[in-house]
Design a protein around this ligand. Structure first.
Ligand code: F6R
Length: 608
């Protein structure tokens, strides 16, 4: 979603802002802009609809040697994508960039009758409100921002500059991340630490309710109530290689191919196949706390939700007496439901910033239920607010569509389930097969990528003519099918949906015709024969089916079958999901889509 960058120092602000915005492109946006100040405070505002390349073209025609500035990529919420709605927004002498939503902007606007608004955005209203305090000459810029934020309701990460003082930037956050990069004679601002990589390794992650006044060599953090905060300087863990394509055509392909390594990072130091143990330090729950858990609610959105559904199927298999409730965060946050005593919540989020997931976390905490994060982004809001957590450690996921995070989220949750089952006294003979397979998974993923990537590429070509896809599976293959369909729809724009095989006769079978193709996820196992009957029902009605299976004897006359040879049985669906990822990727490439930044979508969904 929207991205913020800022610079104050001795170097050229325009060039940092443009390169920083490019780093944030992956989050999804529809317009961009920068505002810079000369030493004397002369402002240059440049904005453009569409890609950063459009902005860059305009900047090339209006080069400045300014050394202070702020920039933004906008993902439209209030007002269409256009130059006038792009940030920074100007009011009087101030310029503002804003991530989030000001919910009471209409009420504020009514009070600002004298201001002539030029855009349709809530952000311009906030800019005008700040200016209404600042322009009275009685408030410093920081004080004016505090006064305005005390009146604003909603979420924000903001950066503000004024023509009156080119030596400072004011930043603040509530519900939308902001990182301050601590440089040598320069200070950098970003909504995502990846924009700072290569410039500094040290950063302050602002907390909700904090505001900072930064100059090129000082950072002063306070609460909105003016209490000083001694902010911790932390190390940025991301490196340059992790945020570059590394020879791949797309980040998505790089991230799919990275999965043997990214999963190995998730497992590092946590799984001991030799002794059959799993050790997770992060959750910080005692044996007796783990033993008492009888209800596990798993919260997430999109792919993170499907990871929760799949992990839930596994955890149920080896944990007697547990109830597992995977929930969609946007639904759950407004549900009037009370969790039973002895509940625990797993909060699943790659970005750690998803607004709905964060809201659920806060609601659940209000009920006195412990929360454990299954998060990727280190230092993100969810990671900070949960009671304990297990980072998945897959490194930056740049492509909007989530791939490597899904695989690691599922396994991190299953590992958590194993530690819980161990504490509950579940026999090692039951848990051992899971532990053994998890330990082998990175190697098995590599075998699948090496062995099947070309075949999937060839097969995909035959399916570009269809308009719709139906993904089918039973048991653990059902959430796998759901995730496969999501990946297909979000990057190829094909209408793809998933159904539990057993549901076919209850409706979806009516869809089967020449406009549809079907993808069957067919792992070996106790429901294999039942799923085979379902495959036959589809074939009997002229279905155009691709089968992903690890059953060597599969011989039904489907149009295409991808057989994987693997030592795994329990986690074979994870391997089949990787086939689905490749299928969706190749489809998106064949259709000429923007694979890494699919239309209308954003990487980190920080608004409701
Ligand atoms: C799909 C996808 C989204 C995210 C969802 C949650 O490929 O990426 O469905 O999974 O927006 O995001 P996080 O995990 O950051 O909370």
């Amino acid at each position: 979603m929207c991205g913020i960058v800022g610079y104050i120092g001795d170097k050229n602000a325009q060039s940092f802002l443009i390169s920083g915005l490019k780093r944030l492109e992956y989050r999804g946006y529809d317009s961009a802009g920068i505002a810079t100040l000369s030493e004397k405070g002369k402002a240059t505002l440049i904005r453009a609809k569409g890609k950063i390349a459009n902005l860059e073209e305009k900047v090339a025609k209006n080069k400045r040697s300014d050394t202070t500035g702020i920039g933004h990529t906008r993902w439209a919420t209030h007002g269409e994508p256009s130059e006038k709605n792009a940030h920074p927004h100007k009011a009087g002498s101030i310029y503002l960039v804003h991530n989030g939503i000001i919910e009471n902007y209409k009420a504020i606007k009514e009070h600002l009758k004298d201001h002539e608004f030029k855009s349709d955005t809530d952000t311009e209203v906030l800019a005008a409100l700040i200016n209404s305090f600042y322009s009275d000459g009685k408030h410093s810029l920081a004080d004016a921002v505090v006064q305005a934020l005390k009146l604003a309701k909603g979420t924000y990460g903001i950066a503000v500059i004024s023509e009156n003082n080119p030596d400072e930037i004011i930043v603040a956050r509530s519900g939308s991340p902001l990182v301050i990069g601590v440089g040598n004679g320069e200070t950098l601002i970003a909504s995502d630490a990846s924009a700072l990589v290569g410039h500094t390794k040290n950063a302050i992650y602002l907390k909700d309710g904090e505001i900072a006044r930064v100059t090129k060599d000082s950072i002063e953090v306070k609460t909105l109530n003016s209490e000083p905060v001694s902010a911790k300087v932390e190390e940025i863990e991301t490196n340059l290689a992790a945020i570059q394509k590394g020879g791949y055509d797309h980040f998505l392909l790089k991230e799919i191919m990275e999965q043997p390594d990214s999963l190995a990072e998730t497992l590092r130091g946590r799984i001991d196949a030799k002794n059959g143990t799993v050790t997770l330090g992060g959750p910080g729950l005692s044996e007796s706390e783990l033993r008492r858990i009888s209800h596990l609610v798993i919260v997430g959105c999109g792919t993170a939700y499907y990871a929760g559904v799949l992990a839930g199927y596994y955890i149920e298999q080896f944990t007697p007496g547990i109830t597992i409730e995977p929930v969609i965060a946007s639904e759950y946050r407004y549900k009037q439901s009370y969790l039973p005593e002895n509940s625990l919540a797993l909060i699943v989020s790659q970005s750690g910033e998803t607004a709905d997931t964060l809201a659920c976390l806060r609601e659940i905490k209000k009920q006195g239920i412990k929360t454990i994060g299954i998060v990727n982004a280190i230092g993100s809001t969810i990671a900070r607010e949960v009671d304990g957590g297990t980072y998945v450690h897959v490194g930056p996921e740049i492509s909007v569509a989530s791939t490597k995070a899904f695989t690691s989220q599922v396994i991190a949750m299953v590992m958590f389930g194993i530690t819980m089952a161990q504490a509950k006294g579940v026999k090692n003979t039951i848990l051992r097969p899971y532990i053994n397979e998890i330990a082998k998974l990175p190697t098995e993923i590599k075998k699948v990528l090496d062995g099947s990537a070309d075949q999937i590429k060839k097969i995909t070509k035959k399916y570009t003519k269809y308009e719709h896809g139906i993904y089918l599976g039973r048991d653990v293959a059902y959430p796998t099918a759901m995730e496969g369909a999501l990946k297909m729809k979000e990057i190829s724009y094909l209408d793809a949906n998933a159904y539990a095989f057993g549901e076919l006769k209850h409706g979806p079978l009516a869809l089967v015709d020449d406009r549809f193709f079907e993808v069957a996820i067919l792992p070996k196992g106790h429901l294999y024969d039942k799923a085979i009957s379902n495959v036959q029902e589809v074939l009997a009605r002229g279905g155009h089916m691709v089968v992903f299976t690890n059953e060597d004897s599969f011989d039904l006359p489907v149009e295409n079958v991808v057989k994987i040879t693997t030592q795994l049985e329990i986690f074979a669906p994870i391997l089949m999901n990787i086939l689905s990822q490749l299928f969706a990727y190749n489809m998106a490439v064949a259709k000429g889509n923007n694979v890494d930044q699919p239309r209308n979508l954003a990487k980190s969904v920080t608004v409701e």
